[in-house]
Every structure is written in structure tokens, then in C-alpha cells.
Design a protein around this ligand. Structure first.
Ligand SMILES: Cc1cc2nc3c(=O)[nH]c(=O)nc-3n(C[C@H](O)[C@H](O)[C@H](O)COP(=O)(O)OP(=O)(O)OC[C@H]3O[C@@H](n4cnc5c(N)ncnc54)[C@H](O)[C@@H]3O)c2cc1C
Length: 328
């Protein structure tokens, strides 16, 4: 694309609000344009999305492209693609960022194909040093690949919690432009038959400031009861390693890691988790890691700020009791 500059974020709205990941992408976009120049655009697609245009501006957008129509919902790639293409044509961005969500991972490759460019999926870092670079996991999480796009706009899906949002500033200025593209309902080749929302009790894992994660070393699903107690007393959420999820001890939606959720809490307590590279890929951004593991050589123990080398069964009851006393 000639004279490509700036960043276009394909935003998502849930329950009438910008998703957390959209605010993270806007933050990433802002940091990119500070170095590389241009504007941050944000495409919003769906019914009543203009209601959150000002939020997008507060989180860093200069221009919000609004494709407002109930016919865009529920999401269908065929419906969103023309709107995304129109926004890309208007913005002429150097990069198009989408969330690594069910929408982003479906839309990004199709949009890249239509634009005749490549796509970086599962992106965890975005850098600019006279050229754009995207970083993503490779070889099953054992290595990191750095991709330098050959043609612009560079399209990328970005993992949640890998970028920091800006503090929202309601005083920021920005403009709103309308997108004309509308879905041609009768031409739809895919019909969405239903959608089911995952039930979440308490704090969402991705948003939790404290995450307590259990691994295969717990020895069975009953081990997670103590973890739930610990998470409750710390006001956090419970995660699980893939091994624990694969064994059916905890729901797959709680899996932390390369093929699960990415978290970056202030406190990450890993109980009987070895710290395989694929697990670390989803939590290495945690500010403080505490490991409880009976193996002093476990990778998680080495990565931890504090480690208790012991059997979790001996540690957790007294830890929970002491924390309860402190909280009281
Ligand atoms: C492509 C690919 C993607 C993957 N994606 C993910 C992912 O997203 N997330 C993920 O977690 N894994 C993922 N994995 C799997 C990963 O490689 C590991 O197999 C997995 O993380 C191991 O889980 P674990 O640490 O619970 O189990 P283990 O490696 O078996 O570790 C158990 C730990 O518990 C400790 N322990 C045992 N008993 C006790 C006790 N009584 N008290 C205290 N400590 C004890 C042991 O010392 C050990 O360190 C992926 C693998 C591949 C190939």
C-alpha cells in the first residue's frame, strides 16, 4: 500500500463496552505511531457501536471508523470483511492489529488475503526500529520467531495481556467516520446457529490480579479445592496447566499457556507446575511468581521470585490459614 502510515485496530465490543483486548491494541497502536508516525484508527462493527467511539478515542484512537448496523451481528467473516477493507482503504495503515480472539483469528487471514499481504498470528510483541517486527511463539513454544513483514499493511493478531492499554483520557480529541459497507444477508454462506457464553464465577482469569495455578503434581481434581480456597482468600482466579486440563481435573477454559489463556497478574502462584516452556509462554509476564514444588530443579522454581520447595499438601493448609488471619 503506497504511503502506508499509522495503525488500524479492528476493535471488538462486548456487553456495550470495548473489550479489554481492544484497549490493549489501541495502546500498542499509540506506542507504534509515536515512533513511526501516522494516526491510530479503530474500526468498530456492530449494532450501537458508535456509543463506544469516545471510549476508543480516550484509549488512544485518533479516528474511529464506525460500521453501525445490527446486521453485522452475530459476527460473520463475510459481513465484516468489506467493512474492514473499507476502513483499511480509508486509513491506509502500515499495520492492522486484531485481537487473538475467535473474531480476530478468523478475520485476520481473510483480510490479509484480500489485501495481498502476510499475517502474523499469536503475536506477543510488536516493535519498530525503522521497520516493523512481530514476535510470536514457534516450534510448539520452544522458540520465538521474529517476523518482518515484506509488504504493508502488516496484519497481525495479538494475544491478550501482551500489550498494555493506556490510561483512558476523556479529554483526548478524535474524529468519527462512517463506513458505508453493509452485509449482503442473502449472500451469506455461513449461518451462525447459536452462541454460548462461558460461565464465569468471580474474577475472570485474564483480568485477575492474582492467579493460582495447579498442575499435574496435584495428583487429582481434589487438589484444586485447596487452590480455589487460596484464590478466594487472595481475591484471585484459578488456572491450570495443560496436563491438569487434559486429565479432566479442571476446565480447559482455565488452561494457562501457549495454547491457553495468557495472564500477566501481579501475583502468580504455581502449585505443582513444572514450568514447561509452553506453560511459561502464557504467564511469564507475571510481576511476581511464587512456586510451590517439591523439585528444586523445576523450571518454575528457577523462574520464581519466591519458591517453597515442599509437598503442596503440607504447605497449602497453613498458608491459607495464615492468609485468612491476615485478611481478618
Ligand atoms: C504444542 C504444545 C502446546 C502446549 N501448550 C501448553 C499450554 O498452553 N499450557 C500448559 O500448561 N502446557 C502446555 N503444553 C504442555 C507442556 O509441554 C507440559 O507438558 C505441561 O505444561 C506440564 O504440566 P504440569 O507442569 O502440570 O505437569 P508436569 O510437567 O508433570 O509437572 C508436575 C510438577 O509437579 C511437581 N509435583 C509433583 N508432586 C508434587 C507435590 N506433591 N507437591 C509439590 N509439587 C509436586 C513436580 O515436581 C513437577 O514439577 C503444551 C505442549 C505442546 C507440545
Amino acid at each position: 500500500m503506497a504511503d502506508a502510515q499509522g495503525v488500524l485496530v479492528v476493535g471488538e465490543v462486548a456487553d456495550g463496552n470495548l473489550t479489554g483486548l481492544t484497549t490493549e491494541l489501541l495502546g500498542a497502536g499509540r506506542r507504534l505511531v509515536e515512533k513511526a508516525g501516522g494516526k491510530v484508527g479503530c474500526l468498530l462493527v456492530g449494532a450501537a457501536v458508535s456509543g463506544v467511539a469516545n471510549d476508543a478515542i480516550a484509549y488512544g484512537a485518533d479516528v474511529v471508523y464506525v460500521a453501525e448496523d445490527g446486521a453485522f451481528e452475530p459476527y460473520a467473516a463475510e459481513a465484516w470483511l468489506p467493512a474492514a477493507q473499507e476502513a483499511a482503504a480509508k486509513a491506509s495503515p502500515a499495520a492492522v492489529l486484531l485481537g487473538q480472539t475467535s473474531i480476530g483469528r478468523d478475520l485476520a487471514p481473510r483480510l490479509a488475503f484480500r489485501l495481498g499481504v502476510g499475517v502474523s498470528m499469536d503475536t506477543v510483541a510488536i516493535e519498530y526500529d525503522s521497520k516493523l517486527h512481530f514476535t510470536r511463539a514457534a516450534y510448539g513454544g520452544n522458540a520465538r520467531a521474529q517476523l518482518a513483514p515484506k509488504s504493508l499493511p502488516a496484519v497481525a493478531t495479538v494475544k491478550g495481556k501482551s500489550q498494555d492499554p493506556l490510561e483512558p483520557d476523556s479529554g483526548r480529541g478524535g474524529t468519527v467516520e462512517h463506513i458505508a459497507a453493509r452485509p449482503a444477508a442473502d449472500q451469506a454462506r455461513v449461518k451462525v446457529l447459536g452462541q454460548e457464553k462461558a460461565k464465569v464465577e468471580g474474577v475472570r482469569l485474564e483480568d485477575a490480579d492474582v492467579v493460582v495455578t495447579g498442575g499435574r503434581g496435584l495428583g487429582g481434581p481434589e487438589g484444586f479445592q485447596a487452590l480455589e480456597e487460596l484464590a478466594a482468600v487472595l481475591g484471585g482466579a484459578v488456572g491450570a496447566s495443560r496436563a491438569a486440563c487434559d486429565l479432566g481435573w479442571y476446565p480447559p477454559s482455565a488452561q494457562v499457556g501457549l495454547t491457553g489463556v495468557t495472564v500477566s497478574p501481579t501475583l502468580y502462584v504455581a502449585v505443582a507446575v513444572s514450568g514447561a516452556s509452553q506453560h511459561m509462554a502464557g504467564m511469564s509476564g507475571s510481576k511476581n511468581i511464587v512456586a510451590i514444588n517439591k523439585d528444586p530443579e523445576a523450571n518454575m522454581v528457577k523462574a520464581a521470585r519466591f519458591a517453597v520447595v515442599a509437598d503442596f499438601k503440607q504447605v497449602l493448609p497453613s498458608l491459607i490459614e495464615e492468609l485468612r488471619k491476615l485478611r481478618a
